[in-house]
Design a protein around this ligand. Structure first.
Ligand code: CA
Length: 228
């Protein structure tokens, strides 16, 4: 079996080397970049199974890099794990909003980081299998396998997380889902993320749905549901 390819973007040499060493030892094929521009070039040449992004980078920073990866349909589905400093909490929220999948704060335990990389890749594989079924509701079509949402036949651009959320809600119209259930469905049960991140995703999702935003209803004090 081909080894899964991971790109690490980090400007601090000792951390970069530490990550490279341990992930290579786990059997991944690893490519490193010391800045955002270099990372974009490397990723365009060969789409990795996962990208590990330090947020604080010289030049194009981690968030900007995340944004351009998620904007490009060729790279939008690459799982992104952000590596952040303690004082970058607001950047974590922005990153999740942009479509990053997970984050880990410095200083981190290398064992925990490796376990989360495994988990993210495993979840992504499960997600690909689960995402095969297309849902049609009136003029809305959700085709997760093709990373596609159509309204009246017109494509609506979505991040990976937004697509997962609308898919999970639309699968059972009328069913209320708590924020925790949405988090579990999107990222897997071993992920601890704030309710706030789900709310942020829903705001983005409604904006993109435009006149169809009403499909996603807020159930006060509980969570969300897809309109029946
Ligand atoms: Ca840095």
């Amino acid at each position: 079996m081909a080894r899964e390819h991971i790109v690490i973007v980090e400007d601090e040499e000792d951390i970069l080397e530490l990550l490279r060493y341990h992930l290579a030892r786990e059997g991944y094929s690893v490519t490193t970049a010391a800045n955002g521009e270099q990372a974009l070039k490397i990723i365009a040449q060969k789409i990795p199974a996962l990208a590990l992004l330090d947020l604080m980078l010289p030049g194009l920073n981690g968030l900007e890099l995340c944004r351009s990866l998620k904007k490009d349909p060729r790279t939008a589905a690459i799982p992104i794990m952000m590596v952040t400093a303690k004082n970058e909490e607001s950047d974590v929220v922005i990153g999740l909003e942009l479509g990053a999948d997970d984050y880990i704060m410095k200083p981190f335990s290398i064992k925990v980081l490796v376990a989360r990389v495994h988990a993210l890749l495993r979840r992504r594989k499960q997600a690909v299998v689960e995402m095969d079924d297309t849902i049609r509701i009136h003029d809305l079509v959700i085709n997760p396998g093709r990373h596609e949402v159509l309204i009246k036949g017109k494509p609506v651009e979505m991040t990976f997380s937004e697509l997962r959320i609308i898919h999970v809600l639309a699968r059972r119209p009328g069913w209320v889902m708590t924020r925790e259930q949405i988090v579990d469905a999107v990222r897997g049960e071993d992920y601890a993320v704030t309710d706030r991140a789900v709310d942020v995703q829903i705001v983005g999702l409604r904006k993109k749905l435009g006149s169809r935003a009403e499909y996603i209803e807020t159930v006060r004090g509980v969570g969300y549901r897809f309109k029946e």
